[in-house]
Design a protein around this ligand. Structure first.
Ligand code: GLN
Length: 490
């Protein structure tokens, strides 16, 4: 077996059956990273010695668990008490965390081998991974294109088989959108399903950690491992984790799939609408009932999200003051100079833009008009979903409006970059779970370049804490299609 051309589950089982050693598996992935990471820039940092030592411990049965020996990548906004935790920002360039994120600790307790940390848009703000202080990540399907963001490194590493599974974070689509653009599965759990302890905060009421994988079953297994209560995160739900994998292969009977007109727009790339149509037909042929639903406040998602997220970000990022964490400017004249120069030098352009937007929305005189109003609209968006789920089990829609765009194409146009999230942000505002699945391919050409095959994503959204059902529905789609089996040629 080639350990880098398999699924997480198959690899896990092969290691457990000692058909392949964990050391062989980890070595194969490290070699592949050596071969391709220069081009893709998916990883910032790898921990070869640490990973090989852990693999040996698995082979010696000193480390056991449901992910024993499985090579995993983690997004570099998850704190680890080894290596650096940079958030792809100059302000945290050399930051060493004194503690480890709960999700990462749970992965290791389950026997996973952490290969390294993946690139992201600085502080997870962006949709292309071009906002990284360490250079952009490239899409393995076409290296002139972005992998999406902000978990672009996680998605590219997954798509290029530089890990068997990876972990990202999703505040407004950062797991699902890059998963769609890179042709892998990306799952954002219900807000509160996974502890945020050790996830560097961007927008605390929206942030959620989740897996990016090759298959739905792989996502189910990883979710079981990382979810569950945590007394160090007061927003983490008290529900015990479930064995999602055990149930994932059970089709949902009497399934009702909701489709909302607000998500099928003429402005979508036609291939995206076609992928959704094909998914509708597939569910119909499985016996599902397709129900038309209405999500009337959908169009307010982007402005609402960009007010709530920037307001929370401006507050969360106040802690980077040159005193407590990370970068500190040279020879400050006084305290104000220390604050302002440390922040001016450390933060990138997009971060500064968001701090200004958020500070404005929270400032006296504007607070009611912007922030409070956004919170009210957020409730309406949540209510749209609550009503919709009274008549369907899951909502089917695109993940993105189009396949991966070219590097640099939207860098000078923040608004068009923000519009990328039009189909993903509402799930975060409502706190509901969502999954992006490989939904097919389209062929594109650019200025006479040879035609390029690019993946498309379809998205399923479910009611809060209905992960089991959502994964089962996703698995029904996956088992009727072969898109997830196609890999980019590197
Ligand atoms: N692209 C969105 C943003 O820039 C979402 C980011 C995320 O989910 N972390 O805010």
């Amino acid at each position: 077996m080639n350990p880098t051309q398999t699924t997480l589950l198959e690899l896990r089982d092969a290691i457990a059956a000692k058909k392949i050693s964990a050391k062989q598996a980890v070595t194969a992935y490290l070699d592949r990273i050596d071969q391709h990471n220069n081009t893709l820039n998916a990883y910032h940092e790898t921990y070869a010695d640490r990973a090989l030592q852990r693999a040996q411990d698995v082979d010696a049965d000193k480390v056991t668990g449901p992910l024993a020996g499985v090579p995993i990548a983690i997004k570099d906004n998850l704190a680890t008490d080894w290596g650096v935790t940079t958030c792809s920002s100059k302000i945290l360039e050399n930051f060493r965390s004194p503690y480890t994120a709960t999700a990462v600790a749970k992965l290791e307790a389950a026997g996973a081998v952490i290969l390294g940390k993946t690139n992201l848009d600085e502080f997870a703000m962006g949709s292309s991974t071009e906002n990284s202080a360490f250079g952009p990540t490239r899409n393995p399907w076409d290296t002139h294109r972005v992998p999406g963001g902000s978990s672009g490194g996680a998605a590219a590493a997954m798509a290029a088989d530089l890990c068997a599974g990876s972990i990202g974070s999703d505040t407004g689509g950062s797991i699902r959108q890059p998963a769609a653009l890179c042709g892998v599965v990306g799952f954002k759990p219900t807000y509160g399903r996974v502890s945020r302890f050790g996830l560097v905060a961007f927008a605390s009421s929206l942030d959620q950690i989740g897996p990016l994988t090759r298959t739905v079953s792989d996502a189910a297994l990883m979710l079981s491992v990382i979810s569950g209560p945590d007394e160090r995160d007061s927003t983490c739900a008290s529900q015990q984790p479930r064995d999602y994998l055990a149930e994932v292969d059970q089709p949902v009977s009497g399934l009702r799939i909701g489709v909302a007109k607000q998500y099928i727009s003429d402005t979508n790339d036609p291939a995206v609408n076609q992928a959704v149509d094909e998914a509708i037909n597939m569910f119909r042929s499985c016996g599902a009932q397709i129900v038309e639903i209405d999500l009337p406040h959908t169009q307010y998602g982007i402005p609402t999200y960009y007010l709530v997220a920037t307001a929370e970000a401006s507050s969360n990022l106040a802690r980077y003051d040159g005193v407590r964490y990370g970068r500190r400017c040279d020879d400050p004249k006084d305290l104000i100079d220390l604050y302002s120069r440390s922040r001016a030098e450390g933060f990138g352009e997009e971060i500064k833009r968001r701090i200004m937007l958020g500070t404005y929305a929270l400032s006296s005189g504007y607070y009611d008009a912007y922030y409070v109003r956004a919170l009210k609209v957020r409730r309406l968006i949540k209510r749209d979903f609550d009503l919709a789920f009274s008549s369907c089990d899951a909502i089917l829609c695109p993940t993105t409006t189009a396949p991966a765009f070219r590097l640099g194409e939207k860098s000078d146009d923040p608004l068009s970059m923000y519009m990328n999230d039009v189909y993903t942000v509402n799930a975060n505002l409502a706190g509901i779970p969502g999954i992006s699945l490989p939904g097919g391919f389209t062929t594109v050409t650019h200025n006479g370049t040879p035609p390029q095959k690019l993946p498309l994503g379809i998205q399923l959204l479910g009611p809060v804490f209905e992960e089991t059902k959502l994964l089962r529905i996703a698995r029904m789609y996956e088992s009727a299609t072969t898109h997830h089996q196609v890999r980019p040629s590197l």
